[in-house]
Ligand binder design. Structure first.
Ligand SMILES: [Zn+2]
Length: 61
């Protein structure tokens, strides 16, 4: 189900902040909602990203 190799949306209903932090490699307190899909992402902290890996993967760098 959760393949950490493929960027996938982390649904806040099915993924808690602790699990999301492990997947994203950040702290639990850095977890927040993606501005696009509301999935969980490393929203705050040192490596803050307001867009989750799944959304980032959809657009060209
Ligand atoms: Zn997203």
């Amino acid at each position: 189900m959760n393949d950490t190799k493929t960027p996938g949306r982390l649904d806040p209903k099915t993924t808690d902040a602790t699990a999301a932090a492990i997947i994203l490699g950040c702290s639990t307190q850095d977890i927040g909602p993606c501005v696009r899909c509301q999935g969980l992402t490393a929203r705050y902290g040192r490596q803050a990203q307001s867009i989750c890996p799944a959304c980032r993967a959809k657009e060209p760098a």
